[in-house]
Design a protein around this ligand. Structure first.
Ligand SMILES: O=C(CO)[C@H](O)[C@H](O)COP(=O)(O)O
Ligand SMILES: [Fe+2]
Length: 226
């Protein structure tokens, strides 16, 4: 698989769950990954979908799945998503006492491993773990709900992560999640993000595929400094 320089990952959290397969197909061909938010009503105060839905959806699309686990006890559940064919499985640093061990398990199960950092968690203690990961997801809101307002101050974590990645020549995606839209994606890209989750901005648009293409064009323009 060739690796696109900029990833746009529509979040199905903002899709119509009664028409999930159709909603996914609406962004196929435009999106790079499909972002799947799994919430357990314990780690965050919201409940979404779990493994059976991901297993069924896997057969409905060619898009790589970017699973974002907002759950307690990710060591118990995360490998199941890798087994279900997820491309990237991201769990929260705050929910895991041995993130490196779980990253190894995910890679052994054939998935990329992602570490997520919530709004109130500093990035510094986790920078030294990054060589064990393929993706670092930096929340640009408080995890739990779609449709929230982007918090620009959180981009300081993106800048710190980008500096660390550059200094260490690491191969790591820096993904931002929460409130990413046409008026925020350029700041996130300029700060050093190269993967962008967008729920409301994609599925709230009249043409979700066009919204994805527009977001990518804005991000690429900001990254190239044009
Ligand atoms: O992880 C998430 C919420 O915890 C979602 O991925 C995120 O909120 C995307 O939705 P939006 O673009 O509407 O903010
Ligand atoms: Fe997410």
């Amino acid at each position: 698989m060739t690796v696109p320089p900029t990833i746009v990952a529509p979040s199905i959290l903002a899709a119509d769950f009664a028409r999930l397969a159709d909603e996914v197909r609406a962004v196929e061909g435009a999106a790079d990954w499909l972002h799947v938010d799994v919430m357990d009503n314990h780690f965050v105060p919201n409940l979404t979908i779990g493994l059976p839905v991901v297993q069924s959806l896997r057969a409905a699309t060619q898009l790589p799945f970017d699973v974002h686990l907002m759950i307690e006890d990710p060591r118990r559940w995360a490998p199941g998503y890798a087994d279900a064919g997820a491309y990237n499985v991201t769990f929260h640093a705050e929910a895991c006492d041995d993130p490196v061990a779980l990253a190894k398990d995910l890679r052994s199960a054939g998935a990329k491993a992602g570490l997520a950092i919530d709004r109130d968690t500093p990035i510094e203690p986790y920078l030294e773990l990054l060589p064990s990961f393929d993706t670092l997801l930096i929340m640009t809101i408080k995890a739990g709900f779609g449709g929230q307002r982007f918090i620009p101050q959180l981009l300081e974590k993106v800048r710190a992560a980008r500096r660390h990645v550059a200094a260490g020549h690491l191969e790591l995606r820096i993904e931002v999640d929460g409130g990413i839209a046409a008026d925020t994606i350029e700041q996130a890209a300029a700060a050093g993000a190269d993967a962008f989750v967008a729920g409301t901005a994609v599925y709230g648009a009249d043409d979700p595929a066009e919204a994805v293409r527009r977001l990518r064009a804005l991000a690429e323009r900001a990254i190239s400094g044009a």
